[in-house]
Design a protein around this ligand. Structure first.
Ligand SMILES: Nc1ncnc2c1ncn2[C@@H]1O[C@H](COP(=O)(O)OP(=O)(O)OP(=O)(O)O)[C@@H](O)[C@H]1O
Ligand SMILES: [Mg+2]
Length: 378
């Protein structure tokens, strides 16, 4: 009996899937007609259907003179599923995904690739990873409450789990250190500061370290950290870089510190990537003023959560789109290619379960600020 029911359901599923695809094909033809996507009486001709578990691609020969048309994106609404359209060698490819992305993916579904790779998120085509050895600097933008801090804490956790003895963090949390304060005593966190003066000190210290490392690499004729067998990678996380922009409203002192910070951040972006230093530049306000051209030119990995306007999206990822992201944690990841992803969600409790064991509470009970001030005064 069970087999019969099972068989019945399977047959029904196969029938429904087949019907669904026929429907998709018909709907696509309707859309071509409605949009008048043809040349005279010549319409695109379906030449191939390719199906996997995740998507179906329909390939069309299109009449000479016809190219892809942004209006075809309406297919996403007509088919009510994600659609990717591409055009190569006079052929139109319409890739229709089976399912929409979920609104949340827990961190534990993202397998680790080890070393300096982090999961960026789940895309329609599977998990997307970023390798900091390939592209050292990253700009993370997004209006308030769309997921920047969760993302930064997620990748910090991931890198610590992958390389507990070979990673260092220098965190400039200009929102009063609240988001990262709990991690101040982790052995991998070398500095965490929350104001202009301390940020300038930490960045100057990092610059000194970079210069030392460059001298060392020169002395052994190595071109980069890997060749020079430098094992540790240093991540400079800046969570609200907009706060480091020199402003008239600042005190003269703070404006001077902000200028120092700008100059070192630009230096890190230009020269430090290959030496083993990675900068993550987080901002709510991706404007031309906040994003120094040198930083923008060198931080070629971009993660954009929802932004306020298409102009901001243009500054952050060189194209509109981030202003249309609908869910928290949904982002556009752009390097050479571009992917729509749902970034991994990890709670503070889970972070602590995973990396809390690296917490070094100092026996003298001194506060982090005191300890770190010692470090930054070096
Ligand atoms: N990847 C995610 N998946 C699902 N929900 C998320 C994700 N990331 C963030 N959220 C939700 O969005 C909330 C705000 O995220 P987060 O604190 O990272 O925002 P933010 O961009 O840092 O904001 P702000 O600029 O104000 O600091 C989280 O508390 C969580 O509820
Ligand atoms: Mg935040």
């Amino acid at each position: 009996m069970e087999m019969l029911i099972g068989g019945g359901i399977a047959a029904l599923t196969i029938y429904a899937a087949a019907n669904w695809q026929t429907n998709d094909k018909k709907k696509i033809v309707h859309v071509f007609n409605n949009l008048d996507y043809k040349v005279k009486d010549q319409s695109p001709a379906l030449i191939k259907t390719y199906k996997t578990d995740v998507y179906t691609t329909y390939t069309y020969n299109v009449p000479y003179g016809l190219v892809d048309d942004p209006k075809l994106q309406v297919l996403e609404k007509v088919l009510n599923r994600p659609v990717k359209i591409s055009f190569t060698n006079q052929k139109l490819h319409i890739k229709v995904y089976q399912q929409k992305l979920n609104k949340e993916y827990p961190y534990n579904v993202f397998a680790s690739k080890g070393h300096w790779s982090i999961p960026i998120g789940m895309s329609q085509d599977g998990i997307i990873y970023h390798d900091f050895e390939q592209i050292p600097h990253m700009i993370v933008s997004g209006s308030t409450t769309w997921g920047k801090t969760v993302f930064m804490r997620m990748f910090m956790t991931h890198l610590i789990e992958n390389n507990p003895d070979g990673v260092e963090f220098y965190i400039l949390d200009l929102k009063g250190r609240l988001a990262f304060n709990r991690y101040r005593n982790l052995k991998q966190v070398k500095a965490i500061v929350g104001d202009h003066k301390e940020s300038a000190k930490v960045l100057k210290m990092v610059k000194r370290d970079i210069k030392k490392d460059i001298d060392y690499l020169l002395s052994i004729d190595a071109e980069n950290a890997k060749e020079g067998n430098i094992k540790t990678r240093k991540f400079i996380i800046i969570d609200e870089a907009g706060e480091l922009k020199p402003e008239k409203s600042m005190s003269d002192e703070d404006r001077e510190y902000a200028r120092d910070c700008q100059s070192v951040m630009s230096y890190i972006a230009r020269v430090a990537g290959q030496v083993g230093y990675k900068m993550i530049f987080g901002t709510q306000y991706p404007t031309k003023e906040v994003l120094d051209p040198q930083i923008k030119a060198n931080a070629i990995a971009r993660v954009a959560f929802r932004l306020a306007t298409s102009v901001q999206s243009g500054v952050a990822i060189d194209q509109p789109g981030a202003e249309k992201l609908e869910y928290k944690g949904r982002a556009i990841y752009k390097t050479v290619d571009e992917h729509l992803v749902q970034t991994p969600f990890i709670s503070k409790e889970e972070i602590w379960e995973r990396i809390g064991r690296y917490n070094n509470v100092s026996p003298t009970n001194e506060t982090t600020a005191e300890r770190r001030t010692d470090i930054v005064e070096l």
